[in-house]
Design a protein around this ligand. Sequence first.
Ligand SMILES: [Zn+2]
Length: 486
Amino acid sequence: MHRTLLLAIVTAAAVTACTRTPPEQQIVNDAAAALGGRDRVLAVKTLTIEAEGWNGNLGQDMTPEAAGQKFLLSGYKRSIDVPGGRARVEQTRTPNFAYFQGQAPQKQVAGVDKDVAYNVAPNGDATRASNAAARDRRAEIYHHPITVVRAALDPAAKLTNPRTSGSERVVDVTTAGGLTFTLAIDSATRLPARVVSMSENANLGDVAIETGFADYQDVSGLKLPSRLTTKTDTYTTAEIHATKQTVDGDAGDLAAPAAAASAAPAGGPPPAVVTAEQVAKGIWFLAGQSHHSVLVEFNDHLMLIEAPQNDTRTLAVIAKARELRPDKPLKYVANSHHHFDHSGGIRAAVSEGLTVITHKANEAFFKDVVSRAHTMVPDALSKNPKPLTIETVDDSVVIKDAKMAVELFHIAGNPHADTLLMAYFPAQRILVEADAFSPGAAVQPYAANLLENIKKHNLKIDRIVPLHGTIAPFSELAKTQPAKTN
Ligand SMILES: [Zn+2]
């Protein structure tokens, strides 16, 4: 009798232990309960968020640390087909800064339908976006409390590493589809506070993309955040304030347009095409695609101007430089400015042993760029680590020997960036610059300041050798300004 009772007590204790919810599951259950209940969350079919807000200008602001440039959003609508794994964002963005495409509002439509990411141009033409865009947009579907908690409730999801961090309880989620997220809920309200997933960026390497949720409101039996703030690494890339949220409304047709669905997926960047045109003795224009470089020959070494875009482009440009002058070592790369499309090859240049010359405002940024982890997509520098050697320029520097002279000037006060350097060849009367003047561009919002800088330094220029567009006579630059009437 005694013994039976004891056994019963032990058995009851064991059953209690076995049915106690594991802490990682408890975090998800608590979040579901706070959002409106597990069944309500699981029943959601579509979400539509109409909002106002802004996008940041990642990698394209005035300095590496600046965050003042914004695209203000109107007509924002994000529609999600929750079980279907489809989403689409429509928005009209208007720059609050001098934008190289002009100040007119731009309508954008970007979507993802399972593995196919697509963009729809204002004229209705749909194109397939890159695999990287598809990866990020698939993940973005789960950057919302309802979708991430719904995925975490799936018995096929893996929940691991429950922990407490400050005022949050945190759990790692691997969805049934194999995507990984970190979900943090507020310890007091139990509502999701943040979702984080990892992505890859040519300049920044492995980056955390985090969406924070705030200002929850009641919508159709659910709690939904009305403020969503997205950061890429430390940069805020979007802030959205919902003006209307709809659950299980008509989300419209979120299928990928046929033209995008039938197009081949784009893996990495296209193969590099590098052309070489000698523009003067010892100076070559290395063009062929959107972003150009210039090779400069000194007495006993070579210098490159610009390591643009990515490994693919920059390694091909370096190979072309060495092919043109195989008997001299390529020692330096001068960088026009920090913008990601113009500095995306800096890591590749460092991996090839080049010393980086750049404006002093870029020093900390490039030190960071070279030190960052690139484990998701290993690049040339992560496969062949080299230390960064950097030389910085303040207002100007003269680089010369018996054979060649080039002067680098800061393009001061330019609304495109505060880190711009231009290269002036006094003997050849050539100016090399990026973005301040792009021959052929429809709008030239930065050309007036470039002309001021040219005048200030009394530069005598016959030809502009631009890092975008084709070589142009100086008169093309002068023509961008209205004729003076006096
Ligand atoms: Zn730029």
